[in-house]
Design a protein around this ligand. Structure first.
Ligand code: ADP
Ligand code: ASP
Ligand code: MG
Length: 406
């Protein structure tokens, strides 16, 4: 007997028939003798609608109340699935984040899980009751509902698998595994049988939304065996595992893109010690993550342009923080541009092979695509380009790195 966590994303629970289909999949695992906890997302489209309502109430709303609103989607799915399982003759009960409880920090809107209390759930599961847990949510200090950031149900599932010491965490979604790039954009994308935690982490962090970044971090830290599988077809998925489990290693394992980017340029900001701290300190305090940063060489020794990227959802917040500090920063202009996309090439092979960045720049140049900002890490190169070139850039790079399926 194994103990497993199964997670179903929004499309997989998108309507009543799909939830009934999920119930059947869960039943198969129970009948195979497994102890099962299921983590579910909100039905597809629901979270977007809830987020939109918060924005309509006030563009810069209280994040605690945002969490109260957006966490509701998952509760509906837990109850519906529990009913579906009971209809199939199984014992099942729903759990919200606060009932478990899944404790988080107080970074509302993108909270981190601190701990999960499992004794009650384990006792229930030992009695043969399927635990149906709401993904994406937890309980923050002060007894406030918290959510884990978009895509956070993946993290709920992996964290629960670690806390329950589960043998496996199966992430069911609307594609049958992790591909070399988003298969919805590049039809020649190839499915990977296995991918290292490290590469998956990097791909997720640069936009491959098939797994939330924190879920991969968590899996890596706690050695959770994660599989990405289709909830619609029975086919082997992709296993996320340690590097030594992978025999054939590619130079480049995947290409990702993120439209969740916005570029901010401070024009002619004064060039003196402490300026970067004066800009990025207040942004950090406002929980705005800054990603790529470039500072031009100062021509007159007095002022320079500083460009950086933030998440698109944080753009209004970031703009306000910078405008509030205009007196200290003494910049001449502030340009905000959400019409950008970040395209990244990831592969452990970059550690030992030169020329991978050059191939990226050359390929984009030959398609006439201008690179606005570049950033690199040990196993990744990212460029910021105009959004309208997303598909073109992805297809050209996929071919250039020899990743196209035969
Ligand atoms: P869920 O609702 O199940 O959590 P998501 O929409 O969050 O599903 O993630 C699945 C989607 O991720 C796929 O539909 C696909 O378009 C996208 N995706 C992006 N990059 C990749 C990749 N490299 N491999 C597979 N899917 C990817
Ligand atoms: N429902 C949440 C979202 O759409 C969490 C998730 O699906 O993972 O972001
Ligand atoms: Mg997701």
């Amino acid at each position: 007997m194994a103990r497993i966590v199964m997670k179903f994303g929004g499309t997989s629970v998108g309507d009543i028939d799909r939830i009934k289909n999920v119930a059947k999949r869960v039943k198969r695992e129970v009948e195979a003798g497994n102890e099962v906890a299921v983590v579910v997302s909100a039905m597809s489209g629901v979270t977007n609608q809830l987020v939109d309502w918060c924005k309509q109430m006030a563009p810069l709303h209280d994040q605690k109340e945002y969490d109260t609103v957006v966490a509701t989607g998952e509760q509906v799915t837990t109850g519906l699935l529990a009913i579906g399982l009971q209809e199939l003759g199984l014992k099942a009960r729903s759990w919200t984040g606060w009932q478990v409880p899944i404790r988080t920090d107080s970074t509302h809107g993108k909270a981190r899980i601190d701990s999960i209390d499992t004794p009650e759930m384990l006792a229930d599961m030992a009695e043969g009751v399927v635990a149906v847990v709401a993904g994406f949510q937890g309980i923050a200090p002060g007894n406030r509902i918290a959510t884990l950031g978009r895509g956070g149900s993946d993290t709920s599932a992996v964290a629960l698998a670690a806390a329950l010491k589960a043998d496996r965490c199966d992430i069911y979604t609307d594609v049958d595994g992790v591909y070399t790039t988003d298969p919805r954009i590049v039809t020649k994308a190839k499915k990977l049988d296995k991918i290292t935690y490290e590469e998956m982490l990097e791909l997720a962090s640069v936009g491959a939304k098939v797994l939330q970044t924190r879920s991969v971090e968590m899996a890596m830290k706690h050695h959770v065996r994660v599989q990405v599988l289709s909830s619609f077809v029975d086919a082997p998925g992709t296993l996320v595992c340690d590097e030594d489990e992978i025999v054939e290693k590619e130079l480049v394992s995947g290409i990702a893109y993120s439209r969740d980017e916005a570029k901010i340029t401070l024009v002619r900001v004064s060039d003196r010690p402490g300026v970067a701290a004066a800009i990025f300190g207040p942004l950090a305090e406002a929980a705005v993550n800054v990603d790529m940063i470039v500072q031009n060489v100062s021509e007159d020794g007095k002022s320079t342009d500083l460009t950086f990227t933030v998440g698109r959802a944080d753009l209004d917040r970031a703009r306000k923080v910078i405008e509030d500090h205009k007196a200290t920063l003494a910049y001449e202009g502030l340009i905000c541009d959400a019409n950008v996309v970040k395209v990244s090439v990831v592969g452990v092979g970059m550690r030992s092979h030169a020329g991978i960045a050059q191939k990226m720049f050359q390929t984009l140049a030959s398609e006439g695509i201008n690179i606005q900002v570049i950033s690199t890490s040990e196993i990744k190169i990212s460029v910021l380009i105009e959004e309208k070139y997303t598909e073109l850039a992805l297809r050209a790079l996929h071919t250039a790195y020899g990743l196209d399926a035969a």
